[in-house]
Every structure is written in C-alpha cells, then in structure tokens.
Design a binder for this molecule. Structure first.
Ligand code: MN
Length: 754
C-alpha cells in the first residue's frame, strides 16, 4: 500500500507566518498569566492545537492564515475585556464547529460541558446561502438565549465582531456594508448595555469609517489638527485644580481624551451644526488613586471631596450635575459629572471617579467580576438587566424579528428609578409607565392593573414615570390585558407578557369566530369549503383565516355581513356571465400598453404631469404624497390606483397580482410640491367637509395633510394643509373651493414655512 504523506500543521505556513502565530500565542499567555490556575495552561494549549489543526487549510480574505483570527479574538478577550482562561479556550475554538467537521460533542468530550455550551452559543444556526433577515434575527436570539446562562458568550461574540470590524478592509464592499450595519444595529448597543465603553466606541467609529468614509476622515483630521491646542487648554485648566487637590493630599491622574468620532458626527447631525460649533468635544477626567474599593463610602466621599475642590475654583452649571455614584446606571457605570465655566469662558465637562470606577466604565462587565468578590452589591443593576433579558427570552411564541425589535428597543436608553410603597427601588427604562412597573413586580399584578397611586394621586396605567416616583399599583380581579396596552408600554418584559396573554385570548375569539361563520354559511346555504373561506378572507381583506375568524369572534364584523358578501358575489357572477367580459384588468393592461406608446415610450405613470394620458387616482388606504415611493395598480373596476410601496396592502398586491403593477413616479413639478395652508370661512351645513375633501383629493389629485375646522353658532372656520406644486395649481384649488355651497371666503395663509 502506498504511504500517504501527511503534511504537518506547520508546513501550511511560511517561516514568517509561523513566527507571527507563535508570538501571538505567547502574548496571550503572558497577558493571562495572573489568572491561570491548575491545568488551565494545558487546556489552552489543547484548544490552540485543535484550532491550528482545524483551520490549517483556511485563509482569510486578506490572504493571512485564518488562525490569526481566533488568536486575535482570544487576545481581545483577555487584554481588552479582562476575561480569563475559559474565555481564551472558547475564543480559540469559536469558529471550529461552524467551519470544520468537529462537532459540539467532540468539544464536550475534550473540554467539558461548560466550554461546549459557550461554543454552541457562538455557533451560528444553519442557514441558506441567501441569509434572510429572520435567520439573522434567529441567530441573535440564539446568542442572547445563552446570555442568561453565561454572559461570556456575548463578550466573546463582541470580541469576534470587533476583530472582524478591525480587519474589514479586505472584504468586498457589499460585505463591508452588511457587517458594518449589523454592528451598529445590534453589537454596538449591546456593548453599550454591557458597559463596554471602549469597545462600543471603537465599533461605532469603525462603522462610520466604512459607512461614511468621507465624514469620518474629515472629523479625524480636524481632531488631529487641534490636538496640541486641546492639550494646552487642559493643562492651563487643570493647573489650579491640581494644586488644590495636591494640597488636600489626594492622589490622582488626569485623562483628557476627546469624544469618539462617531459621537461627534452624531452630534453634528442631530444638532444640525458644524464641528467648529461643538463645545464639548472632550471631557476632563480626574481619576482618584488608591481608594480601597471595599470601602464603598470612602470612594463616594473621596469623589465628592474632589468635586468640592473643582467647584471651588470653577463655577458649576447646576443643571449639568450628574451623580452616578449614589445610583449607578443600569450598565454599572459609576461617575460624578459636572460642567464648569473655565476662566477663558468655555464650559468644560469634568468627570470624577476612582480607579475602580474607571476600569468598570471602560471595560464593563468583566471588570465588575473582578471586584465582585469584594462587594456583591456593586453589580446589582447589571444583574437586574440580565434577569430582564432572561425573562424576555422566556416568552414563548414571539417571532425572532419581533423579539429582536423589542430587545433592541431596550438596549439604548437611559433609566428611570422608581420606588415601591415599601421603598424598594426598581430600575426601568426611560418612558416606562405605571403598567410597566406593575409587570416589573409580577405578571399577575401587571395583567390585573387598573391604575396607579403616585404620591397619593390616582394616575392612569399609561402614566409615564419620573425619577424618584413612589408608586402603588391598584388592581381589580376583572381586569385583563388588551391590545391597547401595547401602545404605551415600553419594557420588553411587559410587551412580551401582554402579547402572551393576548395570544391566549385570541385563541378563544378565533374559536368563536369559526363557529359563527360555520353557522351563518349553513343558514345562507353556502358551501363551507376552502374556496368560500378564501373568498370571504379576500372580501373582508384579512391576511389569513385566523384573522378572519378573529374579527367575527370579536364582533368587529357582524355575521349578517356574510349575507352582503353572498349578494355581491352573486351579482358579480351574473354580470360576468351576461357581459362575458374579458378580464377588465387585462383590458386595462392593453390600454396601458397603448398609452405607453402614446406616452413617447415612457413606461411609467407620471403623477402630476398635465400631459399624462393615463387616468389614475391616489389610493385612500395610504394617501401617497409627493416624494413617497409609489406604484400604480390596475384595479378591475376603478382604473389605476396609486399606492405607497409601504402601504399595508401593497405587499399582497405586489406578490399576488404582480402583472397588474405599473411603475409610477412623481413628475418633477410634483416632486417639488410644497405645503400650503388654506384658510376657509363659511356657513356650516351637513357634508361640507366631505365636499371640500372630494374636490381636493379626487378632482385635483392634491393631497391633504391636515384639516382643522371649528364650528361656532352655524359658522365654520378652519385651516387645511395641502400639497401643491405651484401657485397656478393653488389658485385653481381656491377657485373651486370658493364655489362650494356655503363657503364664503377662501384664502391662502402666506407665512407658511415649508
Ligand atoms: Mn470568528
């Protein structure tokens, strides 16, 4: 038998590459050394060998050996997040199951169940080549499910993402954009929520670098060119404070780094201003050294002493004092912020914190762990948050997309602190209502909640809570969750619980609706089969059978309307038989084709163009306005209707009747349409508003934005906002409106801004 030459792992790499691999590996061990115990070193070596072997034939897009990636991810875990040996093992193995034939069972056999669980959380679920949006959401959900078991999954995932973002350069442009968007959509918010400030900032900056390269480069350049001036300013500013701090025997150092580029860019955009006009480009951080973290009160006292010294020298702005030491943010952030007036007349933000607080602020969760042994209360808000995530995840039937949206909504936010009657503190997201608070206490209390008692006063369940509120929840036995509630609750826990309850309740209505329809069909002598049901569904414009049943069960549609359906169906069928018409829509399509020829070959409907030969109306279901993305749809009896692409009906129209869809766009004059306000006065009579709106929307194809009419003693007076594209158009409208019976005076209000 011929001997098969087996290539050794080393032979897959060049001399230089081998050197790099070795040095990366050594650096990890050096960095992790203080945390290594027992056979940690052996486990890490084993993970390294397995990863080396598994990835030996793979290269990254840049041409570099793939093994660089797990090594770099492991390094980020130790160096930048502060994780220990288990995380190193997992980081080294994180792509092994996904990319090679090694299975989770193999991993469990080699490293035990804990490592296998984390690797499982890091392994993407199987998906098609064309990754759908919901498959992605499903992946996030899976990843987050493991969060409640072991937060290291998310931390390693963030390290993985950070390294991929750092090496995005060699990817194709569309992959760059896709990865960058995912990063800003979920990973940066996650890093923020876990208190990983530095990683969050870097992820955001890298997103901007790839998504808006020019804006990024410009801000980076400006920051660099002002660096020296900034440093000089900080030195002058700090001089008198430093003297006073030293005199008070306080040991400290200063950090004066500028804001990260993304947040500057965001500020420029949000405030619609320029780089030059942003005054708080940087904050000065005073970090107090050698304060024992076990003595919590001493840390607090030291920070307030430093605050007192700073404000002895510079006048503080009382509105800008933020005390995140007495009540830390829910991601664990602790710091004292103040904004003071410098001697040169510029506001400067000063942040005061201890070394421990600073480490927690920059490195987040892992830094918490490090200090947790000393005092478990340090970690409370973050633990609370992880509990909340766990509870959200427990909600059974929510689709992955729904879940992701809810979850994301809870990522970026400030918190609100509310007390129970007994003085227990609950941290909720800003905007939380009485009902959110009730669900926070217990699901049962939430679902029976009827009102709140806030500082002695009754408030509705939708009342938005403020910091420091003390709230008592009132319940009644007969209360139950309703659809309305979803409109004002903000916490994912409340949303998930309400949705669960509604789903249960809906099942009852669906059953009732089914019975009602069955009975009625029998009475009317209609066949109860799929064809009839499908026609009913279409007739009542419902998305599926359950939806149809639900509307009957709930009483939104009366059983007698089925009679009307029957009559219309019959008359429609008769008409068809008699006239033996070809499909109207088909005819319309033929007309359309002919019209296109007349239209100088222009194959799309030009809305608002006087020369347009095709007749159309703007649909009422979505009322398109100039600038909206729209399409035309050939209806059977009513010609072409223009819908917005975002219209709730559009998906069904586009997917079911694609051949009746006509491209449509706004004519250039229509694109330039602007808002005008018309003032009207006259004698009130029944139906006058109807007459006005008919003229505006049907006769002139103009879109109404807002109507505001008051009647007083038989006289009506009001304002109507409309979109018009020129004054001629507006004059025509005013003339027509003036002819309506009862209308006495029509004029345009001139001071319209838009
Ligand atoms: Mn990876």
């Amino acid at each position: 038998m011929a001997k098969i030459a087996v290539k050794k792992v080393d032979e897959f790499y060049s001399e230089a590459e081998r050197k790099i691999i070795k040095s990366k590996y050594r650096d990890i061990l050096k960095m992790a050394k203080p945390y290594l115990q027992g056979d940690d070193l052996k486990q890490i070596r084993k993970a390294f060998d397995i990863s080396m072997d598994a990835h030996k034939e793979m290269r990254r897009k840049s041409g570099e050996p793939y093994i660089y990636h797990p090594l770099d991810v492991a390094m980020i875990c130790v160096e930048e997040i502060g994780l220990g040996p288990t995380a190193i093992v997992c980081a080294l193995l994180h792509d092994v199951v996904e990319d090679t034939e090694l299975t989770l069972d193999d991993i469990e056999g080699q490293f035990g169940p804990k490592v296998a669980k984390i690797i499982d959380g890091l392994t993407k679920i199987a998906e098609n080549f064309e990754q759908s949006q919901s498959a992605q959401a499903e992946n996030f959900r899976k990843m987050l499910l493991t969060l409640s078991e072991d937060v290291r999954v998310i931390l390693i995932k963030l390290a993985d993402r950070l390294h991929n973002m750092r090496t995005l350069q060699s990817m194709a442009r569309n992959s760059q954009l896709k990865i960058a968007h995912e990063t800003i959509y979920i990973y940066a918010p996650l890093a923020h929520r876990l208190g990983l400030y530095q990683i969050k900032s870097e992820l955001e900056d890298l997103y901007l670098k790839y998504n808006e390269p020019e804006a990024y480069a410009e801000i980076a350049k400006k920051l660099k060119s002002r660096k020296k001036k900034r440093e000089e300013f900080i030195n002058t500013f700090m001089e008198p404070i430093s003297k006073r701090l030293k005199a008070a025997n306080i040991d400290f150092y200063i950090k004066g780094r500028p804001k990260h580029i993304y947040s500057i860019w965001n500020k420029i955009r949000k405030q619609n201003t320029s780089f030059e006009n942003i005054y708080d480009l940087f904050a000065i951080r005073i970090i107090l050294k050698d304060i024992s973290p076990t003595a919590n009160d001493r840390e607090k006292a030291a920070c307030w002493l430093a605050y007192s010294i700073v404000t002895d020298e510079y006048k503080p702005n009382p509105d800008r004092l933020k005390d995140w030491i007495s009540t830390p943010r829910s991601n664990g952030y602790e710091s004292l912020h103040t904004t003071v007036m410098s001697h040169t007349g510029v506001w400067v933000e000063v942040q005061i914190r201890t070394e421990r607080m600073d480490e927690v602020a920059e490195r987040g969760y892992a830094a918490h762990w490090k200090y947790k042994g000393a005092d478990t209360s340090l970690n409370k808000p973050l633990d609370q948050w992880i509990n909340q995530v766990r509870e959200t995840l427990e909600s059974k039937d929510n689709s992955a997309m729904e879940f992701l949206e809810d979850f994301r909504g809870n990522l970026y936010n400030e918190d609100v602190f509310v007390f129970s009657p007994k003085g227990d503190l609950k941290v909720l997201r800003k905007g939380a209502t009485v009902l959110d608070f009730a669900y926070e206490i217990h699901t049962e209390i939430g679902s029976k909640c009827t009102a709140g008692k806030l500082n002695g006063h009754l408030v509705p369940i939708s009342h938005v809570l403020a910091n420091g509120d003390q709230l008592e929840i009132l319940t009644t036995k007969t209360q139950k969750p309703s659809e309305d509630w979803l409109r004002f609750v903000v916490t994912s826990k409340a949303k998930a619980r309400i949705k669960d309850a509604l789903k249960e309740e809906n099942k009852v209505y669906i059953g009732d609706g089914k019975d009602i329809i069955t009975k009625k069909l029998k009475i009317l002598g209609l066949e109860n089969n799929l064809e009839t049901l499908n026609q009913l569904r279409a007739y009542f414009n419902k998305k599926d059978y359950n939806d149809l049943y639900y509307f009957f069960g709930k009483g939104y549609i009366q059983p007698d309307e089925i009679r009307r359906f029957k009559q219309e169906r019959e008359s429609h069928e008769n008409k068809r038989k008699k006239a033996d018409l070809k499909d109207e829509a088909y005819k319309n399509a033929k007309n359309f084709e002919r019209a296109v020829k007349k239209n100088n070959g222009e194959d799309s409907l030009l809305i608002g163009d006087d020369l347009q030969v095709l007749d159309y109306t703007l649909s009422k279901c979505c009322s398109p306005i100039p600038g909206d993305d729209v399409f035309g749809f050939l209806t059977v009896n009513e010609g072409i209707k223009v819908h917005r692409t975002s219209c709730p009906n559009s998906q069904q129209l586009l997917t079911t009747y694609g051949n009746r869809v006509i491209k449509a766009r706004w004519s250039s004059q229509m694109e330039k349409a602007h808002l005008a306000t018309i003032h009207m006065k006259g004698i009130d009579r029944m139906g006058i508003i109807q007459d006005i709106s008919t003229i505006i929307s049907e006769e002139l194809h103009i879109n109404m934005r807002g109507v505001n009419v008051n009647t007083d003693g038989g006289v009506f007076e009001g304002q109507i906002k409309v979109f018009v594209f020129d004054t001629k158009h507006l004059d025509k409208l005013i003339k027509k409106l003036g002819k309506i019976k009862g209308v006495d005076n029509v004029s345009r209000i001139r001071n319209e801004a838009a």
